[in-house]
Design a protein around this ligand. Structure first.
Ligand code: MN
Ligand code: MN
Length: 323
């Protein structure tokens, strides 16, 4: 098995990966080590439960949402290579250093409703090139295809990092003794066929017809048009659901629904859909809203939401063809 650390891996990469970009990735990952420590302490440190306020999306923040967000901002705002920051937990973008070459966008703690039940949570990040010496709001409005790196850290039984710098998707596992992320899986490739799907089925009555049809066909199993049985999995933490797909294939869906017709979807384009779509495509999978490739979407606002259908190529193509 390889024993390359994250720094060693980043030094071996070429193409997009300048030393400045490597520095930014390492700063993000160092913050995730601090978040990991906080999560490990849990109730002992008195950091479980809700904070006193809601975030810009109208969701109740957990104390750890606030703590994780602050850890990332403290590390990145003063970083010489970071021009600006945007977080799921902040109303607007935050400018950082003049002439910083990169913009960093993040969901500091994904799946945070899992915190109080001691289940999987994660940090998702996306890195875009900066556009101006002094970052402005419009500079963030770049399609997912412009991302120079994306990844997540999953705080699970092992703490793991999934990373892409545009040359495939790889996994690292955190070694708590040396406090280094060690490269543990390369050449990740999602099987185009799968027998596993992930969707919040409690929203079924709100789904559009194409998704209704697709899920009904999966549920019919061997006796239906698909001629095989499927399994359903749902961790309620996007990081964990995507991690499973990168490990053993599958399709993940948070489709458009009619519960709140004005809301385009539940997941955020800039903090969740884009970085996950890059990781999935770099591993040979596909990612769409059902109508358009996610990475091609021209964003119009920082906190934009989109429908998300991603994972094993054959299944994503089938459900897309129903739209
Ligand atoms: Mn999230
Ligand atoms: Mn979050």
């Amino acid at each position: 098995m390889s024993t390359a650390t994250l720094s060693q891996y980043l030094k071996q990469q070429t193409g997009n990966l300048t030393p400045e970009l490597a520095n930014v990735i390492e700063a993000i990952i160092d913050s995730c080590k601090t978040i990991d420590q906080a999560l490990q302490k849990g109730a002992i440190a008195g950091i479980l439960g809700s904070a006193e306020h809601e975030n810009v999306q109208g969701e109740t923040q957990k104390k750890l949402d606030v703590i994780s967000n602050q850890i990332l901002i403290d590390a990145l705002q003063s970083h010489p290579n970071v021009g600006g920051l945007a977080s799921e937990e902040l109303d607007t973008f935050t400018s950082a250093q003049e002439n910083g070459q990169f913009l960093v966008l993040f969901d500091p703690l994904d799946g945070s409703s899992n915190i109080d039940i001691n289940m999987c949570v994660g940090t998702i990040f996306s890195i875009l090139p900066a556009k101006n010496a002094v970052t402005q709001a419009e500079d963030f409005m770049q399609a997912g295809t412009e991302q120079v790196a994306a990844g997540y850290v999953m705080y699970g039984p092992s703490t793991m990092l999934a990373l892409t710098v545009g040359a495939g998707t790889v996994f690292f596992t955190y070694d708590i003794d040396t406090q280094e992320f060690i490269l543990t899986k390369t050449d990740i490739s999602i099987n185009p066929a799968t027998q596993e799907y992930a969707i919040n089925a409690s929203n079924q009555r709100h789904w559009e017809a194409p998704v209704q049809r697709y899920i009904n066909e999966l549920l019919e199993g061997k006796t239906g048009v698909r001629g095989k049985d499927f399994n359903m999995r749902w961790v309620a933490c996007m990081v964990a659901d995507i991690h499973r797909i990168l490990c053993r294939s599958g399709i993940f869906m948070y489709p458009y629904d009619l519960k709140n017709p004005k809301k385009a979807g539940r997941l955020r384009l800039m903090y969740e859909a884009n970085p996950m779509s890059m990781l999935i495509e770099q591993a040979g999978g596909a990612a769409t809203t059902g109508r358009v490739r996610i990475l091609d979407i021209q964003p119009t606002e920082l906190h934009q939401r989109v429908p998300v259908i991603l994972g094993s190529k054959d299944e994503v193509e089938l459900v897309t063809s129903y739209h």
